[in-house]
Design a protein around this ligand. Structure first.
Ligand code: NAD
Ligand code: UDP
Ligand code: UDP
Length: 324
């Protein structure tokens, strides 16, 4: 369906979980998509079905290096996004957030492109305000093991707003809260994919701490709708705007829900709570509702049905192994 004039769109991190859905949606809208990804955590499998589309191009590229292409829109999603992935190379994570933002902003400045930044609820750190609204400045440990991600993303926000103010560029900054769905990397340790895989394999479900910490889980389709709404909206959507599902669950509740929905015999075991693991997290999405007319539709159980079905196919070999 062609809903807008055709644009040349760059998606960094396009072979990742969210990026691959974004590429799909852009192609469905009739746009030309250049997916730039260094495959650090992304996978060719996520975009294999797009490679035959003449409007789609894949470029293996690391955003910490300059990129000279001609584009109308940029979605900057490149960044390791799970604690175990960013802990594997914290320095590369900071470089990706900061140098990546500088390069993509430089590209946007030269081409006049509108540029979207995938920021994160992690900019709020371990929040002392609940739920979190955009005017909360956060509570982040600047030298802890999560800092490479949290502070990297905070610095990227600073860069986006400085380029916006200094050069009058069109930016869109979304603070994305925990999002889940098919194509999350099976080994990235994020809680939804991990629990589903453990339940399907009949392995113990590893709840960290006592499981009373909370997260609010947004299904990927809803999140992509929110990103699109921001990119299409006028400059009232400059941001930052929280995108997430306010439905808040404890991690133990999530474990019990996954066990129930998969009919698994898995037991729940407790492991150590990671350093600086936020105790609670829930988005205030009043701004998104008011400016974008957006709010998520899928309830947790609805989104989990699709996600469980995906990992069942992964385990049955229906979705092949993928070399990185
Ligand atoms: P993901 O790991 O599946 O995707 C990230 C992609 O970026 C991968 O394909 C990876 O290979 C690529 N990448 C990493 N470093 C790169 C570099 N230097 N150059 C080029 N590509 C690089 O994770 P995701 O969940 O799809 O996250 C996408 C974006 O959304 C990230 O910026 C993340 O911080 C943000 N985000 C995601 C969530 C979530 O819950 N999924 C929440 C908040 C923010
Ligand atoms: N850049 C890029 N593609 C472009 C234009 C710029 O990758 O099309 C990078 C380049 O590495 C540059 C950075 O973006 O260093 C920031 O660009 P800017 O114009 O803000 O700064 P300057 O070029 O003056 O350092
Ligand atoms: N978590 C857990 N068991 C796991 C993986 C994660 O209990 O196997 C917890 C983790 O400690 C955190 C929550 O689930 O409290 C969400 O973790 P995730 O890594 O998915 O996202 P983030 O911490 O970045 O919000």
């Amino acid at each position: 369906m062609q809903t807008t004039e055709t644009k040349r769109v760059l998606v960094t991190g396009g072979a990742g979980f969210l990026g691959s859905f974004l590429c799909e949606r852009l192609l469905a809208d009739g746009h030309e998509v250049l997916c730039a990804d260094n495959l650090y955590t992304g996978r060719r499998n996520n975009i294999r079905h797009l490679l035959d589309d003449h409007n789609f191009e894949f470029l293996r590229h690391d955003v910490t290096f300059p990129l000279y292409v001609e584009v109308d829109w940029i979605f900057n999603l490149a960044c390791p996004a799970s604690p175990i992935h960013y802990a594997r190379s914290p320095v590369q994570t900071v470089k990706t957030s900061v140098h990546g933002a500088i390069n993509m902003l430089g590209l946007a400045k030269r081409t006049g492109a509108r540029i979207f930044q995938a920021s994160t609820s992690e900019v709020y750190g371990d929040p002392q305000v609940h739920p979190q609204a955009e005017d909360y400045w956060g509570h982040v440990n600047p030298i802890g093991p999560r800092a490479c991600y949290d502070e990297g993303k905070r610095c990227a926000e600073t860069l986006f707003f400085d380029y916006h103010r200094q050069y009058g560029m069109e930016i869109r900054v979304a603070r994305i809260f925990n999002t889940y769905g098919p194509r999350m990397h099976p080994k990235d340790g994020r809680v939804v994919s991990t629990f589903i895989l453990q339940a399907l394999k009949g392995e113990p479900i590893t709840v960290f701490g006592d499981g009373s910490q909370t997260r609010s889980f947004c299904y990927v389709d809803d999140l992509i709708d929110g990103i699109f709404a921001m990119m299409h909206a006028d400059d009232r959507a400059t941001g930052p705007i929280n995108l997430g599902n306010p439905g808040e669950f404890s991690i133990r509740e999530l474990a019990e829900t996954v066990i129930d929905m998969t009919g698994s015999r898995s037991t729940i075991i407790e492991g150590p709570l990671p350093v600086d693991d936020p105790l609670q997290r829930q988005p205030n999405i009043d701004k998104a509702r008011a400016i974008l007319g957006w709010e998520p539709k899928a309830r947790l159980r609805e989104g989990l049905i699709q996600t469980i079905a995906y990992y069942e196919r992964v385990l049955s070999g229906g979705i092949g192994p993928d070399a990185r």
